[in-house]
Design a protein around this ligand. Structure first.
Ligand code: DGJ
Length: 741
């Protein structure tokens, strides 16, 4: 790792373990150009040629006749607006005269060990030994605007964290109308884009397609990030797969409206910009004020998608998630949502808890419906007081009884929302987002609270804190069940209404920061109608996020595969639920449901008192399986071996323990087919010369893993493969456990 400024060449060279990123300063005007991002270079000799500044018709310092043609093809490090570059701008301004032109050029730079926090925003971090940062200050003299382009490199992972801080250093107010977190210009190498699309309960399906001339983007204006499109894009070279080909990843550490766009221009170069969606965004900067963009993570892999996954997993595990639970086993929880929905009382919960405790489950989570007069989803959001008709002895008594069973207790909140039928709404109707004179749009019969307002945040957090202080509550599920609409805040002047979407996100971050500061040992799980706000921003506050409301094991194969492409397995909330599944009506074996949930945080989402004896008997086996393997799943190196989304037949991935002694191979055969041989799947990350004993996780009585009597060398398993028998029936799953001898 390291950052250097090469004075003679006027180049900044940023190195991660396997990649190099180069920025150049050109001409006395201080144009800042993007020179290179790719495999690690030992030296940068001759790299400045890549900027093509000696090609006419415009050549800096010699011939300025055709400056416009230069503007429109130079690979800018941070693109301008309105002065000749007709590709996507990174920034747009309205000055006091109503002009939108802006052009930032080099002023100074600083290189330092470590990395600053971003004011009010989640961001990656690291010690002075682990991270180095380059800050390049640019300016637009005409506007009096300064921009500090920040780049941090990490010693242990191939990722670069970028962001921009703007400062109005002039004398008159400016309005930022667009402020992207990064811009990356490079020649097109036939790139294909990989993006993640979906819907509620069908999150993150992978899509791959070539990018052609014009613009291709993923974005949202919903105020949350990830049911429909995800704040991620990879550009890969044709034919790139898990092991080979080049992959560039762009991932925003942000939980609100975003845009990531790749544009191919007339000269076949690609420009990627990523940041807050400029639509419905503006930010007024009075003299002296600053604006900080969210962070974006860039990663490059010359070793296919697997390399990209490894870098992102490493970065998020080591430099983003702060929770004390990051490297700890999470308690096996049982959540009552699919068990009871709103129809529960203390007795029902205690019945579930008693049965669960006996089976090895460690925490009861009381989901939606415990507060105010919340008997269905039409009311009571905002009234965070215990409903003592449901919980007769109060919350404290319930929690004591659950604790007496040897179980922990967790609770659900939806702090950013308000029901029209609530005491809170009666008192503060103006706290709901609504445009004066316009009927606001209901979703799940609820409105969004204007958490950009401090008094709103204070009122909600006081209620939340009172509940959490009233009993021994060790886990919170923070939910958010609708997108933002009707954007107007009674507390903002008209020329600042464009700030509301972002102020909302900042307000929500502040609430979460307050929560984990007040309760530092709390296990927080974020959620948004399933996985609607599963993004790196939220991981800064919670080590895990509920991955999807679809708990069907087969649907989860796809959701978890795509999620695991960019997030560690330890972040994915995954539970065993009942069949027929509540979302798709599918029946899958109880074993399969357990194996699929083991690849996430592992827990239950069912009424354990109603399980068949046969299924119930498997629960202690599954909880034992979790204890036996969860360290490995949480800390191990993940390899995607085969994709059900691509092969339409089976799913297979592997997790290797960091010390290489053990490896798990998760295999799910989706549909059985007649007249087929066994499958042979090539494993990854083993030691060529080592021998491995092959065991299988067993749900039958006796040892948790059964020795298959098979042994093979690392070479055979990696270059020949592991033979997987065809299984009788559909939706069958197995876990192999390889022991290095
Ligand atoms: C959506 C979540 O994803 C569910 O798990 C559950 O908590 C419901 N909300 C409760 O309203």
């Amino acid at each position: 790792m390291g950052i250097s400024y090469l004075e003679n060449q006027k180049l900044f060279k940023l190195d991660t373990p396997n990649t190099t990123y180069i920025i150049g300063i050109v001409d006395q005007e201080g144009f800042l150009g993007h020179v290179y991002y790719g495999r690690r270079l030992q030296e940068a000799q001759g790299a400045e040629e890549l900027l093509r500044t000696l090609e006419g018709p415009f050549t800096p310092e010699k011939n300025s006749r055709d400056r416009s043609s230069f503007m429109d093809c130079f690979p800018w490090e941070y693109s301008s607006h309105g002065v000749g570059d007709f590709r996507e701008s990174s920034i747009r301004i309205k000055d006091e005269n109503g002009c939108s032109a802006v052009m930032l050029t080099y002023l100074s730079h600083e290189i330092y060990k470590g990395k600053h926090l971003l004011q009010g925003l989640p961001a990656t971090f690291g010690s002075e030994d682990q991270v180095e940062t380059l800050e390049i200050t640019c300016e637009d003299k005409c506007l009096g605007l300064r921009a500090v382009l920040s780049y941090s490199v990490f010693e242990d992972t191939d990722a670069i964290a970028r962001s921009v801080r703007f400062e109005n250093a002039g004398k008159s107010a400016l309005c930022l109308e667009k402020a992207m977190s990064c811009c990356l210009d490079m020649d097109n190498r036939g790139f294909e884009a990989i993006t993640l699309h979906g819907s509620w309960a069908r999150e993150r399906r992978m899509e791959r397609k070539p990018i052609g001339h014009g613009k291709f983007s993923v974005s949202t204006l919903r105020g949350e990030t990830s049911h429909q499109e995800h704040c991620f894009m990879a550009l890969v070279t044709p034919g790139a797969d898990q092991d080979k080909g080049e992959a560039y990843g762009f991932h925003l550490v942000y939980s609100g409206n975003f845009l990531i766009q790749a544009e191919v221009n007339q000269f076949d170069s690609v420009r990627v910009v990523a940041g807050i969606n400029p639509e419905d965004f503006s930010w007024r900067l009075t003299p002296g004020e600053t604006f900080q963009t969210p962070e974006v993570i860039l990663t490059y892999s010359a070793e296919g998608l697997g390399g990209m996954t490894k870098s992102l997993h490493g970065l998020y595990r080591n430099h983003l998630i702060r929770s004390p639970y990051l490297h700890k086993k999470r308690p096996i929880l049982i959540n009552n949502w699919e068990a009871t929905y709103f129809d529960f009382d203390e007795k029902k919960l205690l019945d579930i808890a008693k049965e669960s405790a006996a089976l090895g489950i460690e925490m009861l989570v009381m989901d939606d419906g415990w507060f105010g007069n919340r008997y269905d989803d039409n009311r009571a959001l905002g009234d965070w007081q215990v409903n003592e008709n449901k919980l007769k002895g109060g919350l404290g008594s319930l929690v004591e009884k659950v604790n007496a069973l040897g179980m922990k207790f967790g609770i659900w909140f939806e702090p950013e929302m308000i029901s029209k039928e609530s005491e809170l709404y009666k008192q503060h109707p103006d706290w709901a987002l609504a445009v004066p004179g316009r009927k606001p749009t209901l979703a799940r019969n609820q409105y969004v609270l204007d958490v950009s307002r401090k008094e709103v945040r204070d009122c909600i957090m006081e209620q939340v804190f009172a509940v959490l202080h009233s009993a021994n509550i060790e886990y919170v599920k923070w939910d958010m069940n609708r997108p933002l609409t009707d954007l107007y805040s009674a507390s903002l002047p008209s020329d600042r209404q464009g700030e509301l979407y972002h102020r909302y996100v900042l307000g929500m971050y502040e609430m979460q920061e307050r929560l984990i500061t007040e309760f530092p040992n709390l296990l927080l799980e974020n959620c948004s109608g399933g996985g609607g706000r599963f993004d790196p921003g939220m991981l800064y506050y919670s080590p895990q996020i509920w991955c999807s409301d679809d708990t069907d094991a087969i649907e989860r194969l796809a959701i978890q595969e795509s999620t695991a492409m960019i997030y560690p397995l330890s972040t994915m909330g995954a539970h065993v639920s009942v069949c027929p599944n509540h979302t798709v009506g599918r029946n899958t074996p109880f074993e399969t449901r357990g194996y699929v949930a083991l690849a996430g945080t592992f827990g239950y989402e069912l009424d354990v008192t109603k399980l068949s004896d046969e299924d119930k008997a498997l629960v202690p086996r599954q909880t034992a399986m979790y204890h036996r393997f969860h360290d490995l799943v949480r800390e191990g190196d993940y390899y995607r071996l085969s994709s059900w989304q691509e092969n339409k037949s089976y799913d297979c991935f592997q997790v290797n323990s960091p010390d290489g002694k053990e490896s798990l191979v998760f295999y799910t055969q989706v549909l059985n087919e007649p007249a087929r041989h066994s499958r042979i799947v090539r494993l990854k990350g083993l030691e060529e010369g080592a021998r491995y004993r092959i065991h299988m996780v067993s749900m039958e009585d006796g040892e948790l893993t059964k020795d298959t009597g098979r042994e093979a060398s690392g070479e055979v398993l990696m270059y020949g493969g592991l033979r997987l028998e065809r299984l009788w029936g559909d939706f069958r799953s197995q876990i192999f456990c390889l022991e290095r001898l």
